[in-house]
Ligand binder design. Structure first.
Ligand code: ADP
Length: 397
């Protein structure tokens, strides 16, 4: 079956057409600046040349999806003859609240339930729903599945997901830790077990998803038991531009000192903090590494803070699981940044972790980065959220 995987943001839309039998990606692309004066469709057919279409007509997501469908069946750069070849659509949905602990076939009731989670992810869920509705209009009769970022973490016990707040806030507003990047943590933990020959049902794995957004999950016997992101994706690690865990009183303090509104301060914590804010260089680890090499002190300290926080979360999760079989790095930084991986592992000598520098120099592919006599195996596994969404979609149908 051909599955169209859609990841819809407020002004962008990423897609992949995947053949579920061979798991081959037939086409991949992106619509950018939807609703703005000038928009772009960037479409790459597998094996063909990438095309970029600039248009002033992409006035909403429905038009964007129509352009994607046209590109998929185009005589020159298309990859299928007719839209009838698309058997299903899998949608990434960010927040499923406590309602969704697994992927689900989309119907009117499910759309309503996703809408009820809008409050919990106001930047993401409404955009995801726009994509779902647009596909429903344009591809009538084709089954659709919602795959949630939060679902994998619904196995966390209350001691992991409850905050030290009055219980009524949990009861009234469902304020708790939800966790994100679940599709990635689920895929990478399963792949880690396969790659290392572990029985996932009898394993203790920590997955470090280090991208622009970053989170770490403790996965015991295939189930998420704790994760570093929280009620929102702002919590946990220091990220590209997000601050991660901070003392909540800092928010009030900056608001008063700088005479800023709460919205302004929250925007700073989301978009101007993390390694970018700390280094005053960039949120991108390639730029950060270049600045470190040239001796930039702020870049060095931002890198140290990032790595130290990762190592502390790993230590906490080893304790939470009372042991560890494997640690895996994934996403842009985790798959590519050998320095981050080796510096994190330097903190893990007490666990018997020994890095093999030659293996650790390998980037962007599945690799065991520890030496033969390392007590705990550490690897890098490229994440593949789209493939997971396609698999979940087919499994449900
Ligand atoms: P997201 O999906 O959260 O936007 P990604 O997982 O794509 O993020 O990661 C993007 C980040 O990965 C970049 O901002 C950069 O910091 C890092 N990155 C990508 N390639 C490399 C590389 N070759 N070396 C070091 N870091 C890299």
């Amino acid at each position: 079956m051909r599955v169209l995987v859609i990841n819809c943001g407020s002004s962008s839309l990423k897609y992949q057409l995947i053949d579920s039998g061979t798991e081959k990606v037939l086409a991949v692309g992106l619509c950018e600046r939807i609703g703005l004066e000038v928009s772009f469709l960037k479409h790459s057919p597998n094996g063909g040349e990438k095309i970029v279409i600039e248009t002033s007509a992409m006035k909403n997501h429905e038009v964007a999806i129509q352009m994607v469908l046209d590109a998929l069946i185009d005589a020159n750069h298309g990859v299928i003859k007719s839209l009838k070849e698309i058997g299903a659509v899998g949608h990434r949905v960010v927040h499923g609240g406590e309602r969704f602990a697994a992927s689900i076939i989309i119907n009117d009731e499910v759309i309503k339930a996703i809408e009820e989670c809008n409050d919990l992810a106001p930047l993401h869920n409404p955009a995801n729903l726009i994509g779902i509705r647009a596909c429903a209009n344009l591809m009538k009769g084709i089954p659709m599945v919602a795959v949630f970022d939060t679902a994998f973490h619904q196995t966390m016990p209350p001691k992991a997901y409850l905050y030290g707040l009055p219980h009524e806030y949990y009861e009234n507003y469902k304020i708790r830790k939800y966790g994100f990047h679940g599709t990635s943590h689920s895929y990478v933990s399963k792949r880690t077990a396969e790659y290392l020959g572990l029985d996932i049902n009898n394993s203790k794995i920590i997955v470090c998803h280090l991208g622009n957004g970053a989170s770490i999950t403790a996965i015991q016997n295939g189930k998420s038991i704790d994760t570093s992101m929280g009620f929102t994706p702002l919590a946990g690690l220091v990220m590209g531009t997000r601050c991660g865990d901070i003392d909540p009183s800092i928010i009030e303090y900056i608001t008063k000192k700088e005479n800023k509104s709460l919205d302004e301060v929250m925007n700073i914590l989301q978009k101007e903090s993390g390694v970018q804010g700390m280094s005053e260089v960039s949120s991108d680890f390639r730029d950060l590494n270049a600045a470190i090499v040239s001796g930039n002190e702020k870049a060095i300290v931002a890198f140290d803070v990032f790595v130290y926080r990762v190592a502390k979360y790993i230590g906490g999760y080893v304790a939470a699981m009372n042991g560890i079989d494997a640690i895996t790095f994934t996403a842009g930084v985790g798959e590519n940044d050998s320095r981050v991986r080796s510096e994190v592992c330097n903190y893990l000598g007490y666990l018997g972790v020994k890095v093999d520098p030659e293996k650790n120099a390998i980037k962007g592919q599945e690799v065991l980065i520890t030496a033969k006599d390392s007590k705990v195996k550490v690897c890098a596994i490229p994440t593949n959220e789209e493939l997971t969404i396609a698999r979940e979609t087919v499994a449900l149908l």
